[in-house]
Design a protein around this ligand. Structure first.
Ligand SMILES: [Fe+2]
Ligand SMILES: [Fe+2]
Length: 398
């Protein structure tokens, strides 16, 4: 829907009604931003389930049918040396959260001496311009909500990653990839464990899944094409996760959380590396021109959706609903220094990976240029960075 039409429609409505309809217009605007009808076909049904029906927020388990085929090979070929190497490294990199993390650390989310996030993560002045003043204590409580919200989304994302890793282990045709995939399933299980334990024991708070995150997970789980699952989960979602984990790792002063993120980031670095290995040859050699174009468009659209859509409405509803419009919240969130940092970390990882697997073709470059993403083009892709290297880089930047 064009902005103009939205304004014309909502301009006729009283403010209260306008506010009520805002989530629907926002959902519609997501669909009308998508230009390729095949991309819409892949994202649309999941979008209806996530954004309109809010399936992730009904308080009951969700069933998602899967449509991929399990690929068996009874000859057990050694078919991918780099994946076999990644499997060996993954075995050596396994860690036990009971041993490696100091769960005895006492965490007080409201202790100003050990902040979860720095004060300037958020644009307080902008909030004030909109008539809302929070005192020092309220700011800390707000940061506590925000951190719990982020960690809750990490946890929900990890549940998606656990099931997606199991699916791609079945579907992938490389036998060395299946062996590697078994380690990723374990890794993701451990990630669910540690984020859940931290939220449960230290934060005492769990937020529902964000609707946009639900849409991405739903569309991956139900897409039968193995390479779309890889592209979606191993490149896009894991790329997003690495950006978010990296940002929080750099910013937090809470030692248990910092160490937890450090361990998780090192696992995730392998996951994205695997995604690059599996897709590089497939996209360049096995796809038709038209199939490749669809994936080029799909990843661009998803990158854009991810850039602007994780706006913590769940925190907004808890704190400001009725006092601040959703539109004003969007503006404040999009311009906050924390979100900015997050976007930079995320795209500096994601764009080089898209280049490496062959989706940043000359046809796409002007579109990336137009949204300011080409500046990340030259960075190192995931097959060139180890988890330890990634941590060293984050420490240096902090
Ligand atoms: Fe994970
Ligand atoms: Fe992962």
């Amino acid at each position: 829907m064009s902005l103009l039409l939205k304004d014309r429609l909502t301009g006729l409505l009283p403010a209260k009604m306008k506010e009520k309809l805002d989530p629907y217009f926002e959902a519609l605007s997501i669909f009308t931003e998508v230009r390729d009808p095949r991309v819409l076909g892949a994202l649309g049904p999941a979008g209806v389930r996530g954004l309109l029906l809010q399936r992730g927020k009904q308080g009951v388990p969700t069933k998602m049918p899967a449509h991929h085929s399990a690929h068996f090979d009874w000859t057990y070929p050694s078919d991918h040396a780099e994946m076999a190497d990644l499997y060996r490294r993954a075995k050596q990199g396994q860690w036990d959260s009971d041993v490696h993390l100091a769960w005895k650390t006492s965490v007080d989310p409201l202790n100003p001496e050990v902040p979860l996030l720095p004060e300037d993560y958020f644009e307080w002045a902008k909030l004030k311009e909109n008539g809302i003043h929070l005192d020092a204590r309220e700011r800390q409580q707000f940061i506590y909500s925000m951190t719990s919200w982020m960690l809750s989304q990490f946890l929900h994302g990890e549940q998606g990653a656990l099931f997606a890793a199991a699916q791609v282990t079945e579907a992938v045709q490389f036998f060395d990839g299946k062996m590697y995939g078994s380690t990723q399933v374990m890794d993701e299980g451990r990630h669910v464990e540690v984020f859940h334990r931290y939220l449960d024991e230290k934060m005492n708070k769990l937020y529902q899944i964000n609707d946009n995150l639900y849409v991405i997970i739903d569309s991956l789980m139900s897409d039968g094409r193995w390479d779309m699952k890889f592209l979606g989960m191993q490149i896009m979602v894991e790329g997003l996760a690495l950006g978010a984990f990296g940002t929080l790792y750099k910013m937090t002063k809470e030692p248990l959380l910092k160490n937890l993120l450090k361990m998780v980031i090192q696992d995730e670095a392998r996951h994205v590396h695997y995604g690059v290995l599996a897709l590089r040859e497939h996209i360049k050699k096995q796809l038709s021109e038209s199939e490749r174009r669809e994936r080029e468009d799909w990843s661009f659209e998803v990158a854009l959706l991810m850039r602007n859509r994780f706006l913590a409405y769940e925190v907004y509803e808890e704190w400001f609903e009725g006092r601040l419009s959703r539109e004003a919240w969007r503006g404040i969130m999009n311009d906050s220094p924390g979100m900015n940092e997050f976007r930079v970390t995320m795209f500096s990882r994601l764009v080089p990976n898209l280049r490496e697997i062959g989706l940043l073709t000359p046809r796409m470059i002007p579109r990336y240029e137009a949204v300011g993403l080409m500046k990340y083009f030259g960075g190192a892709a995931a097959d060139k960075i180890t988890g330890k290297g990634m941590i060293a880089e984050l420490d240096k930047a902090a």
